[in-house]
Design a protein around this ligand. Structure first.
Ligand code: IMP
Length: 180
């Protein structure tokens, strides 16, 4: 099956259509810019899942900002967080004294974000915030609350808009629940 036909495949059910995603991202961008005022923001895109969200969000935030990329792997191909976070690509420069926002696709168990917050806090940013497109709060294994949340969703495995199943379906323009 190709992703171009995923729309007609019964394994995929649209959870958040494209227009709702885009409207919410515009709101998040406005809210973030209002909170930070004119200050430059360092936006950290957590790869790979948040690359599409980050591309839309940084444009919605506007103003002065820089975009950094952090490669993280927590699933190793399956649909369950392993709790083992592997850094596949580090930031290109220091974040000391900067206003930093970590941009994530989804927080599920919270293990990945917990690890990232600890790892980045020691680099002494001026502020460190978390923005996640999706939140699955019922699945937490560590306490974790993002500063900015696009949508709270039920405990289902989702794909699309950057989120994958074994590297596939990232290019769907919406968020879909995947049921094998
Ligand atoms: P956590 O460590 O359990 O919070 O999981 C965080 C990472 O797992 C996210 O950055 C995603 O890459 C991945 N993930 C969690 N839930 C889903 C899902 O429903 N679909 C696709 N990836 C997911």
């Amino acid at each position: 099956m190709s992703t171009s036909t995923a729309k007609d495949d019964s394994r995929f059910r649209v959870l958040i259509p494209e227009d709702r995603l885009q409207a919410r991202i515009r709101e998040l961008g406005k809210q973030i810019r209002a909170d930070f005022g004119d200050r430059p923001i360092t936006c950290i895109c957590v790869l790979k899942g948040s690359f599409i969200f980050t591309a839309d969000l940084v444009r919605a935030i506007g103003g002065e900002l820089e975009t950094e990329f952090l490669g993280v792997s927590s699933y190793q191909g399956g649909t369950q967080s392993t709790g083992v976070v592997q850094i596949t690509k580090d930031l290109s420069g220091p974040i000391e004294d900067k206003d930093v926002i970590i941009i994530e696709d989804i927080i599920d168990t919270g293990l990945t974000m917990h690890y990232l917050l600890e790892m980045l806090a020691v680099r002494q940013p001026r502020t460190l915030a978390v923005c996640t497109l999706l939140d699955k709060p019922c699945n937490r294994e560590v306490e974790m609350e993002a500063d900015y949340v696009g949508f709270s969703i039920p405990d289902e495995f989702v794909v699309g808009y950057g989120l994958d199943l074994a590297e596939r379906y990232r290019n769907l323009p919406h968020i879909a629940v995947y049921t094998p």
